[in-house]
Write a protein of this length. Structure first.
Lengths: 435, 435
């Protein structure tokens, strides 16, 4: 060993919920292993909680004053698992400004304020680590930031929200409708009392912003992410998906998009989409998460595991903590995200997607050709058309080739106004196909 | 930026095969991106080749004298993609001893000499990075070394050799026999002219040694790995597997094993085994690789992608190169492997496994109970027995619970000697089951 410091590394943990409790447990149970891996003892200096009381840890470790805890001279690293924006942000900034490293799982905060936090870390040579903020235990932040640092990432597609994946998987296997399945997910502990952040895609959008920032070396915030949730997905949509050898997944998509002006932009979006059963993401079911990364030299990589929960998230926090502690012992600083590329965000309307359109039509000659003409009018090329049923129940199912989202939306709007189209019953995007 | 050095980082590339050619291409084509990510230009100082000539790169970069190239004052990082033991090892040691960082894809060398190389890196505060040595583009070295640094890894199971996975997948889908499929793999470029290193499991054993070292913080060399290849796998074995809702995969297994003496040991082994179709590794087909890591807090993680080939391997090399260069610019050193745990290696005989045994038996009363008694004699608990056929074609198919490999081997030997057991037609280990 090249004369490592023997000073212990002091850690403050902010928050004692599911993740904080697991972090504290690992710190205490694995102290010997952690010391051997870091090269110095890691010592828990204190835990900030909102209210004191019996929390299953030594009482003298607890404090309701996180500011004083972070400011202690013997605290070198702050683990932030409070969640929410304030006081988390203020505490993290004050730690970083004092040269203390920060490990956080706070995706909502990172999606909006990574710039400010990263700048403070850079200026004071501290580490800002956040592996736990995306997909829990699954290592994806570090692979994007380090392993693929010499490659060019073209696309990231992920299932990054366990609640919605649990609901969509259950709808797929039971045939039940959305509201019924959401209620069941709540009973089983897979959905929160207020499920809005999950089911409306806000949580996935935060993670998409973080993934896109890392993948494309560009600062992306949650406001840059186009977002649709799963609350309008019906049992019929899942049935349609099955008929097409597909399933429906809430996807976080980050892609490079080349505009007609030759300018490279990035598209970052979250929405439920049809995914072919042959795609590796289709078999990711229940509360699991998975992320597919497509890079120029590496090809397609997939990372799979538990995306949430106290222990899996704590595993990611602890990996970051050991690395930050090691940097404190040996000097230096881990790699930070880089945002030199500053690629512009493509408007959703300019983003190339594929649509699957299901409509009830009048059963008479010429309908198919009239519908096809409508797609052609908007320059949308059709991949397949299927006519089903007859009489009142006649349906047309159209799957398009890739076109801009605005051309597709305009086509659908125009179809609805046609006299022989009785109803456009569903419109779903299709992702994960080779075309 | 905290006043980064603007000195360029000089790189020497040793070897210009598939991987070296891709590394040189990326260095030249992506120079601007790489400079932005590193904080300084990365400059290719030279490429060591065995013979000069038109290699598609500027002639003045080529040299047949790797020692002088490595020794150049303006070389900061050495990328070793020669392969083989010498001169690669000597060159890497001379680089590390001069404080130059080394990035390598050389699994055979690492499996035997990581100790010596890591010590030189440590003493001279240089980086020794080798993400490309295991499973090509798939980030697994860095996740094990960093992301899981605060967790406890219990088991690593991987498909880490593309040639054997291609052969076994093809045997499964075509029903063809081993030698025929090997020949076809050779024709398609998936097997080398001398396929021994792949088909006999030597390549997988090198990778298993590296994975086990990282997972268990213990120095494991190729000699510690129990190894069987796939050359004795037959079309019948694949048919048997299908009948059991399994397939056959060449697995690299690294596990913690608790001995009867209460001592924790590690078992590192490579062999073909039955894998249930429901296991995530069963669907990894063709030349793809995948690695499942089971850790106490993280649960089960899977990493999937291209395990070989010039471009995917170069992606991993480039990630390491960017990180090593960044460390040169900003000071400090990346995390190294740690071997503090020094766990002993469990002998194969003491390792708990499951067996699937297929035997031809005399079709008469009492055979089943006599066979069951034979298993009981060696303390091997039976999971299922199936009797098939009748008369001359009567067969018993036994699947055991977990028992030590030596007890299972002794049972099979003893069965063969029983008068009413005509032939033990196949013995396959079973992995990836929950029991």
């Amino acid at each position: 060993m090249s004369a490592p410091s023997v000073h212990p590394i002091g850690v403050a943990v902010l928050g004692l919920g599911n993740v904080g409790t697991e972090v504290v447990r690992i710190l205490q149970e694995n102290a010997g292993d952690l010391e051997a891996r870091v090269g110095a003892p890691i010592v828990l200096r204190g835990i900030a909680v909102r209210t004191l009381g019996d929390r299953g840890v030594a009482e003298e470790l607890l404090t309701t004053d996180p500011h004083s805890l972070v400011a202690r001279d013997d605290v070198d690293i702050v683990v932030e698992v409070f969640g929410g924006i304030e006081p988390a942000k203020e505490l993290m900034l004050s730690a970083l400004n004092a040269g203390k490293s920060v490990v956080t799982a706070n995706k909502a905060l990172l999606a909006d304020y990574t710039g400010e936090l990263a700048e403070a870390a850079e200026n004071h040579r501290a580490d800002l680590y956040f592996e736990a903020a995306v997909a829990g235990a699954i290592p994806v932040v570090r692979p994007l930031m380090q392993s693929l640092a010499g490659d060019r990432v073209d696309r990231v597609i992920g299932i990054v929200n366990g609640t919605t994946n649990f609901i969509l998987s259950a709808m797929d296997s039971t045939g039940a409708d959305y509201s019924e399945t959401l209620a069941e997910a709540g009973r089983l502990g897979y959905a929160e009392a207020d499920p809005t952040a999950d089911v409306e895609g806000y949580d996935a959008a935060s993670k998409a912003a973080i993934l896109a920032s890392l993948a494309f070396h560009t600062r992306v915030t949650a406001a840059d992410v186009y977002r649709e949730g799963i609350s309008s997905i019906t049992a019929d949509d899942l049935a349609t998906a099955r008929a097409l050898d597909c399933t429906v997944k809430l996807l976080a998509l980050c892609e490079r998009v080349l505009g007609e002006d030759g300018q490279e932009r990035i598209s970052v979006r979250v929405y439920p989409a049809l995914v072919p059963l042959s795609h590796p993401l289709a078999s990711v079911s229940g509360a699991f998460n998975a992320i597919v990364v497509e890079a120029k030299a590496a090809g397609r990589l997939m990372f799979y595991g538990q995306g949430a929960g106290g222990a899996p998230t704590a595993s990611a926090v602890m990996g970051d903590l050991v690395m930050a502690a090691r940097n404190k012992v040996f000097g230096g600083r881990g790699p930070a995200d880089s945002t030199y590329a500053k690629l512009p965000i493509a408007p959703m309307g300019d983003t190339p997607t594929r649509y699957h359109v299901n409509m009830q039509v009048s059963d008479r000659a010429g309908v198919l050709s009239a519908v096809a003409a409508e797609f052609a009018k908007f320059d949308v090329s059709i991949s397949t058309v299927r006519q089903e049923g007859a009489g009142e129940h006649a349906r047309l199912v159209v799957v398009t080739h890739r076109a801009t989202d605005s051309a597709l939306a305009a086509t659908v709007k125009s179809l609805s106004s046609l006299e022989f189209v009785n109803d456009v019953t569903s419109v779903l995007r299709l992702e994960g196909t080779s075309e």
